[in-house]
Design a protein around this ligand. Structure first.
Ligand SMILES: [Fe+2]
Length: 440
């Protein structure tokens, strides 16, 4: 996530690729941990040649995957997601003005759950794909979805359930979904909201779910002009919504906060009568056009459930995006978070930052000159919170190619554990995940 201004060093990083390839037995610098058997797959917008996307967020999804097995990088491949938008150019908005949830560019995330891999975009139903990145088709949990499905569902490590949500365009309805560990959608609650906002991520804890209803609102007129249909609103206000997971009939409790925007949650934790919600916060977003992004801060909302009040604190002033954690601790007390530093000046990122939230310290991995990391994901190893690796694609402008870089999560400042050289570049994208062979 960056700004509209490209610089010579990262222009290549921001340009879509025009072909699909497969490459085998990739060269590796260092030593890939032999425990890593599975696929790292990352999604991102990549309009095909000749197609000019109206916004970074609207390009057709392309998956980039690297298969690791027994210390070898066996294959890299990239594939467009064969959505109805990509194959048929099917319209998301029908002539009668209704939306077709089977149409979407599936460009935001990819997750494994219930023995399925799902490419996600928050406007639409999921698209099922295979580990080889072939598209199976639209997946709506056996017609159980009541509306779109977010690109940021979260698995509860205590129960194995996948919790998700979806914000209906225009109608002002929000749906909460609970999918059991086997992949069956077992609960769908409809939640009334005053408008349709860009609700990108949410937070889960052992007993609660927290929604962020923030003032980046749906604007049909922008959509009709082929633009990304969201903008800042000074009127909408901002609220956190707390849903009690234990009581299916309980109303969501809404608490006002100062206007801001949040794409991504780092984690949330219950602490007595409080929920501590750690996020990457924008003071505002898309007041003038929606092509650029302001700097962020790492921010904590403390929700006092007894008093019905929210207090706020900045945890770190330096701009970051793509927060990730050890997802064995989603919704639980945690110490470490990771995020990619972003300058806000139009240049690509150069650093991965690790936050020690207990001690209030940080450490960094500095990638080389001309090297731009995307999101880096935590891959668990042995027991222990930062026992594992950070993994993600890093663009190297010097050779106009990309690497899959593996860092030791316990010591990210150290040189990489392994660097897999890909024969092509992986352009700017959004979210990926490590999908071990036993997952899903
Ligand atoms: Fe996201």
């Amino acid at each position: 996530m960056g700004t509209a201004t490209a610089t010579p060093t990262d222009a290549g990083y921001r340009t879509p690729v025009s072909t699909e390839i497969e490459a085998f037995d990739l060269p590796v610098e260092g030593a890939l941990p032999s425990e890593l058997c599975g696929d790292y797959i990352r999604n991102g917008p990549n309009p095909p040649p000749g197609v000019k996307s109206g916004h970074l967020f609207m390009g057709d999804g392309m998956l980039h995957g690297v298969r690791l097995e027994n210390g070898r990088a066996q294959v890299y491949r990239n594939r467009w997601v064969r959505t109805r938008a990509f194959v048929e150019h099917a319209p998301f908005v029908r002539l009668n003005g209704t939306v077709d949830l089977t149409v979407g560019v599936a460009n935001t995330n990819i997750i494994a759950h219930g023995n399925r891999l799902l490419a996600l975009i928050e406007s639409s139903f999921p698209t099922e794909v295979t580990r080889e990145l072939a598209t199976t088709g639209v997946y709506d949990f056996g017609a159980a979805l009541k509306g779109p499905f977010s690109a940021h569902p979260h698995r509860d490590p205590r129960t194995g359930e996948l919790l998700g949500f979806g914000m209906q365009l225009r109608a002002g309805a929000l749906f909460f979904y609970r999918i059991d560990a086997a992949g069956t959608l077992v609960e769908a609650r409809e939640i009334a909201v005053p408008g349709s906002t860009m609700l990108h991520d949410f937070a889960i804890t052992e007993n609660y779910v927290v929604f962020m209803d923030l003032p980046v609102v749906f604007d049909m007129l922008l959509g009709l002009r082929g633009k990304f249909p969201y903008r800042w609103s000074d009127k909408y206000g901002a609220r956190l919504g707390i849903l009690d997971r234990r009581d299916p009939n309980a109303a969501v409790r809404w608490l006002e906060i100062a206007p801001c925007y949040v794409f991504h949650v780092m984690n949330a934790v219950e602490h007595g009568d409080e929920i501590r919600l750690d996020v990457v916060r924008y003071a505002e977003l898309w007041r003038k056009g929606n092509d650029s992004f302001n700097p962020t801060t790492l921010h904590r909302f403390t929700i006092d459930l007894a008093a019905g009040r929210v207090s706020e604190a900045t945890l770190d002033e330096r701009s970051v995006e793509f927060p990730r954690t050890d997802e064995r601790l989603t919704g639980s007390a945690y110490r470490y978070g990771y995020a990619v530093a972003v300058s806000g000046s139009g240049e690509g990122s150069k650093e991965l930052r690790k936050f020690d939230l207990r001690d209030g310290t940080t450490s960094e991995h500095r990638f080389g000159a001309g090297c731009v990391p995307g999101e880096m994901v935590f891959v668990p190893g042995a027991a222990g919170e930062d026992a594992g690796w950070m993994m993600g694609y890093v663009y190297d402008a010097a050779r106009d190619g990309s690497d899959l870089v593996v860092l030791d999560a316990a010591n990210i400042a150290a040189p990489p554990v392994a660097v897999v050289h890909l024969p092509v570049r992986v352009p700017l994208g959004f979210h990926g995940n490590w999908i071990p062979d036993h997952a899903g």
